[in-house]
Design a protein around this ligand. Structure first.
Ligand code: 5AD
Length: 452
């Protein structure tokens, strides 16, 4: 049977989509290749959030065409995901070696199209159409596949698309309108994962706090998303629940209160802020102010003082002045983020911000990026140092990525802890004493001496 290699760019949603495609292909008899050398099919699952991500995937495809395809003309090359969706046929016009271009609502058709191409029934396939119900097709997993860690912690896609239309963002165009799966469907998938040894579920979507807004009515003040959290919380075997990415406007009192009431909902949140300046937030069409964002963080910390908060920040949005940027720096200090992903603004096709007049030069974006990074690193280091000497619970995921002789787990607040442990610890909740803090990593010793 043909072997397939999938390379993933971008976010966790993309990782999850790739995994679902891999599971689908394995079910159809394909094998998963561990590298592109020798694979019969090579798929690039792409990201469009910034131009750099698109250029990386295009460059990779050019290399594959030059290096792999030249020696083995029968190899099938494909693009899928966000860039496939936004560029469609253009990708084949630009790169004639590409055989398959598969949009974000078509992942479940990968096997069908590959079969046709491999059998010679079709030469090229481009499918970027919308498909009703496609949000419910990302449900199969490869558990105990290539990645051991994934069998303890799994991603579950709960919705697709976004209706927020932030002026910088291409996602509403690449992922489409918000569409949510049903609670019973999601719960059934989580149950199957728990039965296969998964202990931690991360609920995924482009804007998870808008989950089920149109389809599922508010019950007793609880939004559809909080109802979903409660339903997943009921599942025996699931020990921890996380989600990403929410929108700040989704942190109503029902969600804040859920952190105090649902012990499996760990005290960690990735809440993209994008900017600390009200003027920028308005131009970005974010729908909240700096004060409202800070208010949410305060409420969350009142319920869970140990809440670990991470964020996304864009520097160099059109018209951002030094004063606006200073507001972002001061917000980062006020919130004390554990970590932040910093993005240099990149104009995206057909988004309103791309045609704003005051686009900033690259040097300004780079300089602000460096200054913000230094601030984030300093705050992060302080946070991590604060753990030294403390005992904390971790869920053990498997071997540490950097040193496979050691194990790694995560605290409830989502910090990585590396420690000396044994295979029997995998999947366990255990207490460790933190002995040292490195760069965004903690090192620990099991807190209790265990007797075998
Ligand atoms: N330029 C730079 N960063 C962007 N992001 C989204 N669109 C852009 C863009 N045009 C960032 C946001 C978002 C993260 C996933 O990517 O910070 O939260």
């Amino acid at each position: 049977m043909p072997s397939v290699f999938i390379k993933t760019y971008g976010c966790q949603m993309n990782e999850r989509d790739s995994e679902a495609v891999a599971a689908q292909l394995v079910a159809k008899g394909y094998t998963l290749a561990s590298s592109e050398t020798g694979a019969d099919v090579i798929l690039l699952n792409t990201c469009s959030v910034r131009d750099a991500a698109e250029q990386k995937a295009i460059g990779k495809m050019q290399n594959l065409a030059a290096e792999i395809r030249r020696g083995r003309p029968e190899v099938v090359l494909g693009f899928m995901g966000c860039m496939a969706q936004s560029r469609g046929q253009q990708l084949i016009d630009k790169l004639p070696d590409v055989d398959l271009v598969l949009g974000t609502q078509k992942f479940h058709r990968t096997a069908e199209y590959l079969d046709e191409i491999l059998a010679g029934r079709r030469e090229k396939v481009v499918d970027v159409a919308e498909e009703e119900g496609s949000e419910a097709t990302i449900r199969e997993h490869v558990v105990n596949g290539n990645s051991v860690a994934k069998s303890i912690s799994a991603f579950v896609s709960i919705m697709q698309g976004c209706n927020q239309y932030c002026t910088f963002c291409i996602v509403p165009y690449t992922r489409g309108e918000e569409r949510s799966r049903t609670i019973p469907d999601i719960v059934a998938e989580c149950r199957e994962l728990a039965a296969r040894g998964v202990r931690e579920i991360t609920l995924l979507g482009q804007i998870v706090t808008s989950y089920g807004k149109r389809e599922i009515p508010v019950v007793a003040g609880k939004s559809a998303f909080v109802q979903l959290l409660e339903a997943v919380h009921e599942i025996a075997g699931v020990e921890r629940i996380r989600f990403t990415s929410p929108h700040p406007k989704g942190y109503g009192d029902d969600l804040v209160e859920a952190y105090g009431r649902l012990p499996k909902l760990v005290e960690s949140a990735h809440i993209p802020v994008q900017s600390g300046s009200d003027r920028m937030l308005k131009l970005m069409h974010r729908g909240y102010t700096r004060e409202r964002y800070l208010g949410i963080i305060e409420k969350l910390r009142r319920v869970q003082p140990g809440m670990g908060i991470t964020t996304d920040i864009i520097v160099g949005f059109p018209g951002e002045t030094e004063e606006d940027f200073a507001e972002t720096l001061s917000l980062a200090r006020a919130v004390e983020f554990d970590n932040a992903y910093i993005f240099k603004y990149s104009p995206r096709k057909d988004t309103p911000a791309a045609s704003l007049p005051e686009q900033l030069p690259r040097e300004v974006k780079e300089e602000r990026n460096a200054r913000l990074l230094a601030t984030i690193n300093e705050i992060g280091a302080r946070h991590y140092e604060g753990y030294v000497g403390r005992c904390t619970q971790i869920l053990v995921e498997g071997p540490s990525r950097k040193n496979s002789a050691r194990l790694m787990g995560r605290t409830r607040s989502n910090k990585i802890v590396v420690f000396d442990g044994a295979e029997r610890h995998r999947g366990q909740l255990m207490d460790v004493r933190i002995t040292r803090a490195g760069s965004f990593t903690l090192y620990g010793d099991p807190a209790i001496i265990e007797v075998d």
